[in-house]
Design a protein. Sequence first.
Length: 229
Amino acid sequence: MVSETVNIRKGPGTAFDVVGQIPPNEKFPVIGKFIDWWFIDLGENQKGWVYGPVNIVTFVGDADIIPEIASPSTPTPEITPTCVPTTPQAEDASKMLEQARSTLVTFFELLNNGHYAEAARIYAGGYEVLRDWNPLLDPKDYAALLKNGCTINGLQCLRVRNIVEEKQISPVEYQFMVEFVTSDGSLFVRGPCCGASATDMPPQSQFAYTVVRDCEGKFRVRDLPVYVP
């Protein structure tokens, strides 16, 4: 029995497609398990996998007698056609750098203001870590993944305070060294983590970000916000 709505997937992992959902308080027979995932019988010859941490799933009976089932093969990722972006003329270099800078600032403004769907449209990095942190979310719901990242997972979705350095590192890549501002207007500083001392892990206030230009000439941010555990 589940205490909140959970996704049903084709396999035990967020790489597998979502095929349905189970509403709260629904009960289904469990016929197999794989680590923290349960293989359930949905009836009418339908079966699926649900993620089952103890704070969400209530198991009635002896979980130790449920047989272990090998995970099916991870689905082959979609292959995106590649292309070679055009190289800008020398006289356009300054304009391109300005557009890349504007895209970076806009990305953090959107996240800071809670406009996660808009931010997802100009984000070109991976979502793997966000999927690992949020296994109950649809792995293709990029807005929800970014929202959880900013609100509960420890990403610091702050506004840009200052860009202290910028440079073009390839015909389609631009790198920026960025400072952020906290909600009270002060400079954001990430202190030592996880028991380390300031000597072992000096406080950091400047962070590197890369903006890329895609085949359509659009600029996208390749890095997630700063993480603080």
